[in-house]
Structures are given as C-alpha cells and as structure tokens.
Design a protein around this ligand. Structure first.
Ligand code: ADP
Length: 428
C-alpha cells in the first residue's frame, strides 16, 4: 500500500487546522476551516463537530487511504458535560476564557493554596459551578466531563473517559503521581472526571468504522490521545531537551522552557506541564504584539525595523503593556504601561519597545523561571508574528546571551500530527 501518513488537527481560538505528515515529519497536506457561526440552532460543540468533519473531507482523496493515525489538540480548560448514556451534550461548552468565580470558595476550601485549579477559568471551576447548579441534591450518575479535544477525539473513537495528562492538569490531575489527588477524589462529582488519563500521543483505539469508511482512511487507522493547543504549538518546534525554550511573540509574550524540575507559582501564573520525563514550564506576560499592533501596522513594523541597528542597545526604557496590569514576570494588577518618552524617530521608538520586550522576555522571564528552580535556558526558538522580525531576533540574542532561532514549525496542528505519528509508531 501507500506509505502511512499521520493526521493532526488543532482546534484553536479562531478556527481549526489540520496537518498531514509522514514519518520524517514532512507535511503532505494542510488546511483550515473557520468555525461555522454559533447561533440559535448551533452551539459551539456542533460548530466544532462540523469543522472536524469538514477538515476530514478536505484531505485530498489521494492521501485519505494513507491516514494511519489521528490526534487532536484543543484549547485548554474548554469543557463539555456529556451524558454517557447517549453521548448528548448536557451543558457547555464552557470556553477556555469563561470564568466561574462562584465555584472558587468551594475549590479553595479543598485544594492546596495556589493550585492551578484555583482560577475562575480552570476546568475544575467549570465542573463545580455546573455541579452546584444541577446536582447538589443528588446528581445524575451518567453526566461526565470532557475537554474539547477529548470530545472531538471521542466522536472518532467512541470510548468514554479517555483523556491526556496535559488537558487534565487544570481539573486537578497530578501528572507527577499519575493520579487525581485524594482531596479531589473525595468530592461527590469525582465520578465525572476522565477515568483513563494517559500520555499525549498514545493510541486509544481504532477509528469508528463508519467514519473510517466514509473518508476512506487506512484499515488500521488509530485515534490517539491529544493535548492542549499551547503544548501542541510547543511540540511543533521539536525542541524537547532540557534548557531549550520556545518564546511565542504573538498577541502576548509567552515563554515555555523544558526543565528537569517541575516549577509552579500561582502568583506569576507559572506552572509546569509534564512532557514525558521532563517538565514544560510556562509563563505569559501581558506585554507582546498587541502593543505593537496598537502603534504600527505590520507593514510599518517591517519598514521601521530596517532602520534598527540591533547591535547597539536602545537607551529607551519602556514597559509596553496594552493596558494596566501585568502577571508575569511581575505580578502587579496595577502596573501601568510605560511607553514614554516617545522619540521623534519611529524607528528609534520601535527599537526601544522591542528592546524593552526583550528585557521582559529574557532578563525577567527566563531569569524568574531559573530563580523558581527551573533548568537555565540554553537556546530559544521563536514562534508567532514576532518571529519574522530578524532585527528583533538579533536584539533578543544580545539581551539574552544565548542563541535565538525562528522555529521551523509552529503550527499546533503540526504538533498534533507529531503526536499522531508517535501513537502510530510507538505502540501503546
Ligand atoms: P496571535 O497571538 O494573535 O495569533 P500572531 O502570532 O499572529 O498573534 O502574531 C501577531 C502579532 O505579531 C501582532 O500583534 C503583530 O503586531 C506582531 N507582528 C507582526 N509582524 C511583526 C514584525 N515584523 N515585527 C514584530 N512584530 C510583528
């Protein structure tokens, strides 16, 4: 037969994308769909389902028989409540950025202080808020919790209760012990948690026969566990050794560092995802490209950058924020943006802003992670719109003092495809 291909699908905030790769990681086909509009008769779940099957149909028919495994990533803490008797949606989807602070007092009373679940948008807050409204007086045992990627994968394999240890982090699963903590298991809703939590990129089971035959996928096509969208984007860069990091210069400035040591600090929104035998430590500043977008068009950014000499440090000392408030590497909800004095030259102004962001990224961000106990950064790969800017890369290299590269692949769909590859080739 033809040579096997591995399918990754990313369900991001604005749309869904797929990447189809071979064993060497070469991309054979890619595509994207925006989510069908959500309205009176469509909810988010049906919109995602539609996008999923549209993408499966978008795969060129020449490649469909080669599709040997599938994995999907979704936005972290996006939550659905499903009836396991018939697969129907009981509540949600509660989106990644929706907050349920009504559940916080109850969660704070059971979870350790500063635990990742102690945030209004955590999966556990979504679950507890729903439980309080519907089940306090004796729940229905058939309701179960699914994350966005669990649910989409479930549409393909049909087995209940399967999840990965990245998605379950924000519901309270401990990836270090490989179990839910006892403070969580003793709660009346614990039966709703995914019962089988596995590593990302391991086979769950064969794809449902009706789906397989509809799209003409390979006879042995398997569905594999997924991950969150930001982990998938990290995996795309294929940098999994300790000390390697990926900085994402998109709307916000986010850093992720492979560390031998697990690091958590809720004050700064720093927490660690498990990455096989290592930890992926992350933090995100409110600074980032959104500030640049407020000031300059992308074309202006390109033109102005030509006039920047990245080898000479800018004397301008800014703290670029889109509005009041910073969380990482300084936790200060009252911090004001500092973008003055503005020089006459826009190129000098941009130089000062880029250099100031480099200081936030490097001197503060990576330094803070090190202070918190993480493996020191040795090499940085860059993703997001800012990765295109070679002058900025050079500024960052000077300020950081380690090599800085543009990541070759940064699409989360590519990272999901690597998980599918892994699931198909390493066995369960
Ligand atoms: P998002 O997080 O919204 O997906 P992207 O990864 O698409 O963001 O990056 C978009 C950001 O990149 C914008 O905020 C824009 O200001 C910034 N950007 C675009 N081009 C450049 C450039 N040449 N130099 C620096 N930043 C840029």
């Amino acid at each position: 037969g033809s040579r096997p291909l591995y399918l990754g699908i990313d369900f991001g905030t604005s749309g869904a994308r797929y990447a189809l790769i071979d064993k060497q990681g070469a991309i054979h086909s890619e595509g994207k769909r925006t989510y069908p509009a959500v309205g009176q008769t469509t909810n988010w779940a049906s919109s995602w389902r539609e996008a999923l099957f549209q993408l499966l149909g978008d795969i060129p028919s020449v490649h469909q028989p080669s599709v040997s495994s599938i994995s999907i990533d979704g936005t972290s803490s996006t939550t659905l409540i499903i009836d396991r008797n018939n697969g129907e949606l009981l509540a949600g989807p509660f989106l990644y950025n929706e907050s349920f602070p009504d559940a916080l007092p109850m969660i704070s009373s059971i979870a350790p202080a500063n635990h990742t679940v102690c945030s209004g948008s955590s999966t556990l807050c979504k679950l507890v808020s729903w439980w309080n409204k519907h089940c306090l007086n004796g729940g229905d045992d058939s309701a179960i919790l699914m994350h966005q990627s669990d649910w989409l994968l479930w549409l393909l394999h049909g087995e209940y209760g399967v999840c990965d240890y990245n998605n379950t982090l924000k519901v309270g699963y401990d990836p270090e012990t490989g179990s839910y903590p006892s403070w969580l298991m003793s709660q009346p809703y614990s039966h709703m948690l995914p019962s089988s939590v596995r590593a990302p990129g391991v086979p769950i089971g064969p794809i449902k026969e009706d789906v397989r035959s509809q799209y003409g996928f390979s006879n042995d096509c398997v569905v594999c566990t997924g991950t969150t969208d930001s982990i998938a984007a990290f995996l795309a860069a294929r940098t999994t050794d300790p000390g390697k990091a990926v900085t994402s210069l998109g709307s916000t400035l986010a850093i992720k560092l492979v560390s031998r040591v697990r690091v958590e600090d809720a004050r700064f929104g720093v927490y660690s995802h498990r990455l096989d035998d290592q930890w992926l430590v992350g933090g995100a500043s409110n600074s980032g490209g959104v500030v640049l977008r407020q000031l300059f068009s992308n074309d202006q950014l390109v033109t102005l950058s030509r006039d920047i000499d990245p080898s000479s440090p800018s004397p301008l000392d800014y703290y670029p924020l889109p509005k009041k408030g910073e969380r990482f590497p300084v936790s200060d909800p009252d911090m004001e943006p500092r973008l003055e004095p503005r020089p006459d030259s826009d190129a000098e102004y941009l130089h000062g802003i880029l250099e100031s962001m480099a200081r936030i990224e490097v001197a503060s961000g990576y330094k803070l992670l090190k202070e918190l106990g993480a493996t020191p950064v040795e090499e940085v790969f860059t993703a997001g719109g800012g990765a295109q800017n070679e002058k900025w890369t050079a500024i960052r290299e000077r300020v950081l003092g380690v090599p800085v590269w543009k990541a070759e692949q940064t699409e989360a769909a590519y990272g999901a495809a690597l998980l599918a590859l892994r699931g198909a080739t390493t066995g369960s």
